[in-house]
Ligand binder design. Structure first.
Ligand code: CP3
Length: 362
């Protein structure tokens, strides 16, 4: 899959025209030939960076998400500090939920003041124009795009999947065990409740992602971290129709990356969603995924975040191994299987991005 590819546009270096990071990223999403895979990391702007912690001092996480200057600065930090090749909007999957009239805070994860357990609460969720309710998100995107344009770095927008959001809204908070037993029990007892909730969140997600693309996001990623608590038949009935609707609302406007978390058993329906790129959790086999993707989607992932603590040479070996494993896929983006952790070493992240740049076939 990886081959030296000479293009007309792009930087000229040593007589060979190399792709710009933007071209490389967009082409990889679409499965077009590239000189080498691009690289970025989920949660690349975050607490593992001392420079992030400095800016975060004295403000709450929600204040930080609404502070355009600060949010732009931390979104750009990974480009300069760890040489990532794509920027992701600094925000959170819960920001559009604020616009729906839900009261929540972060401590450190989301805490919902009134968990949603009754049908009347679903009806009260407002489908509002995010450009009016959370205008700062789009100002952050516009400013980021202006500053990234000069450097040909692509900008990724994102949203939470309606089901992952529903898990928090129903449970009232995260679940350290990752089981979300209350949600599972509700899905089994009253699937229509979840269908109604996911549907409502899906409508807002469409408006939210479309507004991000209008403001300048070039690619979008949908995070479905907790889909894994569902069985395949529950996922097909409750979630897949909404994901398909969200994907099709953006078709032709921006490539769509679907992050599936560690939901190995949901790979077949997730690949049917119409997404352009499937972002795999670390427990999945890239080689097996490349086979089942059969040229329909590109792949992204999936180093275990803990492996960023390995020596530089081992990180290089692992990145090469992932790229080889993804070889049969139509395109590949080097990334983690989940986000950077607060304890992730900055040096490991730098080794990771350097390893991707070392993948050029000679
Ligand atoms: O990837 C990026 O760098 C972009 C920004 C981003 C954040 N959260 C910033 C953040 C993205 C894409 C997310 C996604 C997100 N948020 C998900 C889906 C992906 C995943 O991680 O599973 C979920 C489930 C959330 C909800 C959320 N936000 C939780 C559970 C937490 C607490 C856990 C934690 O890591 O602290 C957050 C807080 C959060 N979101 C932080 C950041 C940088 C930490 C905030 C801080 O205290 O400074």
């Amino acid at each position: 899959m990886i081959q030296v590819f000479i293009v007309i546009a792009g930087h000229s270096w040593g007589g060979i025209r190399l792709l710009t990071p933007e071209e490389r990223f967009l082409r990889s999403c679409e499965g077009k030939p590239v000189d080498r895979p691009p690289v970025w990391l989920m949660r690349q702007a975050g607490r593992y960076l001392p420079e992030y912690r400095d800016i975060r001092k004295g403000v709450s996480f929600l204040e930080m998400c609404a502070d355009v200057e600060r949010a732009v600065e931390v979104s750009l930090q990974p480009i300069d500090l760890v040489r990532s090749e794509a920027a992701i909007l600094f925000s959170d999957i819960f920001i559009p939920i604020l616009g729906m009239g839900v009261d929540l805070k972060f401590s450190p994860g989301p805490i919902i003041t009134e968990p949603i357990r009754e049908r009347s609460q679903i009806k009260k969720l407002k489908i509002a124009d995010p450009k009016k309710t959370v205008p700062y998100v789009f100002e952050i995107i516009r400013r980021l795009r202006r500053s990234l344009l000069r450097r040909s770095i692509p900008l990724i927008g994102f949203a939470g999947s309606p089901f992952t959001l529903a898990c928090y809204l129903v449970n009232g908070k995260g679940d350290p065990t990752g089981k979300f037993s209350l949600v599972k029990e509700l899905v089994a007892r009253d699937p229509d409740f979840l269908i109604a909730l996911v549907d409502r969140l899906g409508d807002e997600t469409i408006l939210y992602l479309q507004a991000q693309v209008d403001a300048g996001a070039q690619v979008v990623q949908l995070f479905d971290t907790w889909a894994r608590v569902l069985t395949e038949s529950q996922y097909r009935r409750i979630v897949l129709p909404v994901i398909k609707k969200i994907v099709s609302s953006l078709k032709g406007r921006a490539p769509f990356i679907l992050f599936g978390g560690e939901a190995c058993h949901l790979i077949p329906p997730m690949l049917e969603s119409g997404c352009d790129v499937f972002s795999a959790g670390s427990s999945m086999s890239m080689r097996a995924l490349a086979k089942v993707s059969r040229g329909r989607v590109s792949l992204q992932g999936n180093l275990l975040p803990d492996e960023l603590g390995l020596p530089r040479k081992r990180i290089f070996d692992r990145v090469r191994e992932m790229a080889d494993d993804a070889g049969e896929a139509r395109g590949y983006i080097v990334n983690l299987g989940h986000g950077c952790k607060p304890e992730t070493p900055v040096s490991g992240v730098c080794s990771f991005t350097d390893a991707a740049r070392d993948l050029v076939e000679t």
